[in-house]
Unconditional design. Sequence first.
Length: 338
Amino acid sequence: MTLFNESWRVCRAGLLAAGAMLGLAATGASAQDLKIAFFASASQNGFNQAVWSGIQKKAKELGGISVSIYDGKFDPVVQYAQVEDVLASGNFDGMILYAQDTVGISGAAEQVIAKGVPLVAVMFPIGPDLGTLEPQIPGLTATVGHVPAIGATAQAESVAEFCKDKDPCKVVILLGFKVSPFDQIRLAAYEKVFAGHPNIKIVATAEGLYSPDATLTAMQDIMQAQSDFNAVLSVADQQMIGVEIALKDAGIDMGPIFLAAAGASTYGVDAVRKGDWDNTLAYFPETMGTVALETLVAAMKKEKYPVTYDMDVGGPVPFIVTKDVLDKNPAFVGEWAQ
C-alpha cells in the first residue's frame, strides 16, 4: 500500500525532531562510537521496551556503541517518516527495525540499504511474505524474529484440543489490529485450524490494540451480544489482562473458560503458573534485542553472522508455555513486563 500523500509530507521535519527527543543513549557517546538507531513500533509498549532493553544491555557489554530509540506510536506513517528522516540525518551507522507494517515499510528499508547502512529486522520479516525469515529485500542484513503462522497455529491447536469434547465449542478471537499484516496471518492460521474441527464456532473476532483497557472495552461489547463462550484466544498477554477484568467484573468464573494468550510476559507466565490462564505463546524479546544488536555489530565490523535467527527455536522453553512446562522450568519467569 502507498504510505505517503502530500497532506502529511509537510509534517516530516517535525517527526525527526520529535523522534530525536525520544532517543536515549545507552552509553556516553563519543566520536568513535558506532551509532545505532532502534525503530520501535511503539516505545511505550512493554514488548518493545524489552527488545530495547536487550539492545541496551548488549551495547553496554560490547562497549563503544551508542544506541537511540524512536517511537513509531503504532503508526506505519510515523515510522516510515522516522526511518527516512533519520537516514537523511546521516547520524547513524546501523539500524534495527521493529516494523509496524511489515509490507509498507519495505520502501524505507530499501532506502536504508541503498545508502549502505546495515539494517536488521526484529520480530517479523520485512516484506510481503510473513511465512519466511529469509531476507526478501536484497541487501537486508538479517532478520531476528518469528514466523507468525507457526505460533498462531500452535495456539489454535491448543484451543482445538480443549474443545474436542465440546459441541459446539464457542471461541472468541482477540487480534491486536485487524489491518496489521501479521495479525491477518495469525487470524488466517486460527481459521485454518478451526476449519478442521466442525464443533468449533468463532462467535466473535475483535481488536484489543495490544492494550488491557482497549480489550476490556472490546470484551464488554462482546459479552453484551454473546455471553456464552468456551475459549478466548488472544494474540497478546496484555489483552488477556483486559479479558480477566471483564470476566471478573461480570461475575463470570474464569475456571471453565480456556484462556490462550501470547507473549510469555512476566504477568502471563505467573498467570499460567497459578492456573488462571491455560497457556501463553512464548516470545523472548530481550533475547531478540540482544541477538539483533550483536548481529548488526558483526555486520558493521565485516564479521560473519547469520542472516536469520528463528526465535521460535531459540528460546529457553517450549513456545507454548503451559503449567506443566513451567513446573519443569521453575526458573523461567518471562523476559518482559506487559
